[in-house]
Design a protein. Structure first.
Length: 45
């Protein structure tokens, strides 16, 4: 029983980490897109 509980706890930790990594990745991609957009605007001018 304890093994199952700790396994669930571990699974939840991994899931949380995965969500954090996803958020981080989305933020980085968004920042890159903003930078690219700024460069495009600067190149047009």
């Amino acid at each position: 029983m304890t093994a199952i509980l700790s396994w669930n706890h571990l699974a939840q930790k991994i899931e949380k980490k995965r969500f954090c990594l996803q958020d981080d990745l989305i933020n980085r991609i968004t920042n890159i897109e903003k930078m690219v957009h700024k460069l495009e605007v600067e190149l047009k001018n």
